[in-house]
Design a protein around this ligand. Structure first.
Ligand SMILES: Cc1cc2nc3c(=O)[nH]c(=O)nc-3n(C[C@H](O)[C@H](O)[C@H](O)COP(=O)(O)OP(=O)(O)OC[C@H]3O[C@@H](n4cnc5c(N)ncnc54)[C@H](O)[C@@H]3O)c2cc1C
Ligand code: SF4
Length: 571
């Protein structure tokens, strides 16, 4: 966004509350693969002492502050979460963008669970396709096309929406575990394909002239910066071009506190920020873009008094509404170590083979009594020594028996990777608002998260995990321990960092915060960018869709808004 706007001739100032980060200085290969520093001590992430949230499962509980990150991680510093992500690069399926219409037409309105508040996005897959394409070519995405201009292609994902051209680079080479998964899945009648990956399969120079090198499968990818210039990130794809843009200024270690408004509250006049010395400043602006990630975009709107905060009792208000996450689950598979030897240390953040047969509405939900789905696969992300200790359920958690079980299973089990990546649809009792008790270090109320799974997600997770376990058994596993998502949402158990919603897009200001261009209905010179716009979350990782929406919005600002500033859609 900053690059596109400065190329269009605007003076752009980007604020980042964390530090400046560069590949050469911060992630040399001699230093980057430090599991304790990054995976255990979370050195790249936001510290809860800097900023946190309160959490509860439902409105009858008192929310308490999260004092250590568990369920999700928050980026902090130039590059944000895109610096330490895996780079699993999925497009959402076309029906996702018209989800409510699609499911109602196929199954009838009564099939949707009570309290489910899914809605159409206001933008379609076909409208986003050129912007998906642009983002994938920026990142050098490695993959095998499954649908080229409506023609299904061998070896790719047959369920994906039509793409206008192939991926910019071929799929990565696959490790043995993923190859075995694909073989078993194919023999069972599924349609496996390589996961689209932002870990480079070959050298690649993107349209901005920035070059990435091939991935060396170091296995220190998710949670880490890539010292090899091989993982698509802001540092490796766009920052080298952005810093040369004439009108661009970066202010790192500067935290925006609120957006300022004119007297009528209808126009943003700039932002108030605090610098590294704790001094407060005001930056005037003609156009404000909030790109702070889901809960922080929502917090920014709430603390700036923009839009009405959602009230679950009356169902009125929109800011904080339709908050979602992801329903992930897995199964551990153990093979005979005498005959099956994997090498989990050869890994990358997004390498793997997947199936999409049970995602979205790719299968008939009628007899199953739930909606939604997810992709599943064998994604070999790492065999790192601290994290990777595969033992069958029931093994003692320490001592000689535990050590013997780790030794026995390390090279002959499937335990890491994505497993099942289920969707999380929206409900009227899952939301964000402002906590009445707890405050941040600036004295502002913390965001309060109210989030839980519903019967629909439990049924879906049980079904998907069963299907996943069937494939693991067909691979020859001698033991499979299923771990479906059950019980309440747990804030200490990592479940991806894909927080979505809260400032959702739509066709109607009564059920959305931003219009189809991510433009605020209330303050037209404010655009709110990111997964906060998703009305519900699909069974995919979100960032490729965030990238596509960002280019879509950039296009609308440059070609429409700058020519005639004002609302791009009439309420
Ligand atoms: C470990 C991990 C693995 C992941 N893997 C994948 C994956 O494989 N595929 C995928 O699709 N997604 C993945 N994600 C998610 C992905 O990282 C996010 O979707 C993506 O980074 C969101 O981009 P964003 O620009 O909206 O937000 P961010 O990347 O979070 O950037 C927002 C930036 O704004 C800054 N900020 C926030 N508030 C303020 C403020 N008030 N003032 C100034 N600055 C502020 C933050 O410090 C941050 O740097 C992963 C995330 C994590 C943590
Ligand atoms: S696995 Fe590949 S892309 Fe990931 S950090 Fe290592 S070299 Fe970089």
């Amino acid at each position: 966004m900053a690059h596109g706007l400065s190329e269009a001739g605007l003076d752009v100032i980007a604020f980042e509350r964390g530090p400046w980060r560069d590949t050469a200085q911060d992630f040399p290969p001699t230093y980057a693969p430090d599991e304790y520093r990054y995976r255990v001590r979370h050195e790249l992430f936001l510290r809860p002492a800097q900023m946190t949230f309160t959490f509860r499962n439902n409105a009858s509980q008192t929310a308490l502050p999260i004092r250590d990150w568990g369920a999700f991680m928050l980026g902090n510093g130039v590059g944000g979460g895109g610096l330490h992500w895996n780079a699993e690069m999925w497009r959402f399926e076309p029906s996702q963008f018209v989800l409510k219409t699609h499911l109602t037409e196929r199954y009838g309105a009564k099939f949707l669970p009570a309290g489910m508040t899914i809605q159409d996005w206001g933008v379609t897959y076909d409208e986003l396709e050129p912007h998906y394409d642009r983002f994938e070519y920026l990142c050098g995405t490695a993959g095998t096309a499954g649908n080229l201009k409506g023609v299904v292609q061998p070896g790719g994902n047959p369920f994906e929406g039509p793409r206008s051209r192939p991926y910019p680079t071929p799929a990565q080479k696959q490790p043995y575990s993923a190859t075995l998964f694909a073989k078993a899945a194919r023999e069972m009648g599924h349609q496996p394909f390589p996961q689209p990956s932002g870990n480079m399969s070959q050298p690649y120079t993107n349209p901005l002239g920035v070059t990435l090198g091939p991935c060396t499968f170091c296995g220190y990818c998710e949670w880490f910066g890539c010292g090899n210039y091989s993982k698509a990130s802001p540092q490796t794809t766009i920052l080298p071009a952005l810093v040369k843009s004439r009108g661009f200024t970066a202010r790192d270690n500067c935290e925006v506190l609120r957006i300022t408004l004119d007297g009528a509250g209808k126009r943003a006049t700039g932002v108030v920020f605090v610098d590294a010395d704790g001094e407060e400043w005001e930056q005037p602006a003609d156009l404000v873009l909030s790109c702070a990630f889901t809960p922080f975009n929502v917090q920014m709107l709430m603390l700036s008094g923009i839009g009405r905060i959602y009230d679950p009792a009356t169902k009125r208000g929109v800011v904080g509404r339709n908050f979602t996450h992801q329903t992930v689950s897995t199964a551990q598979a153990f093979f005979d170590p005498k005959t099956v030897r994997f090498n989990p240390f050869i890994a990358s953040g997004a390498i793997g083979m997947c199936i999409d047969d049970y995602n979205g509405d790719n299968f008939d939900h009628g007899p199953l009594g739930f909606v939604g789905g997810g992709y599943m696969g064998q994604v070999q992300t790492n065999g790192r020594p601290i994290e990777t200790t595969p033992v069958p359920t029931g093994t003692p958690t320490w001592g000689a028996k535990w050590k013997a079980a780790v030794k026995e299973n390390y090279n002959s089990s499937i335990y890491a990777g994505s497993g099942v990546h289920g969707c999380f649809y929206a409900y009227d009792d899952v939301f964000m608002d402002l906590d009445p008790t707890y405050k941040d270090r600036f004295g502002r109320p913390l965001v309060r998260m109210t989030i839980d799974f519903h019967e629909n997600e439990h049924k879906m997770s049980a079904f998907l995990t069963d299907r996943y376990a069937e494939i693991l058994r067909a691979m020859g596993a001698t033991r499979v321990d299923k771990l479906p998502r059950t019980g309440h949402y747990n804030v200490t158990d990592y479940q991806t960092s894909h927080l979505c919603g809260g400032a959702v897009m739509g066709a109607d200001p009564h059920s959305s915060v931003v219009n189809r261009y991510q433009q605020s209905w209330d303050v037209p010179n404010l655009f709110v960018i990111g997964a906060s716009s998703f009305p519900q979350n699909a069974g995919y990782n979100p960032t490729t869709t965030v990238g596509a929406l960002t280019y879509w919005t950039l296009d609308a600002i440059v070609n429409q808004y700058l020519k005639a500033p004002g609302p791009l859609v009439q309420a």
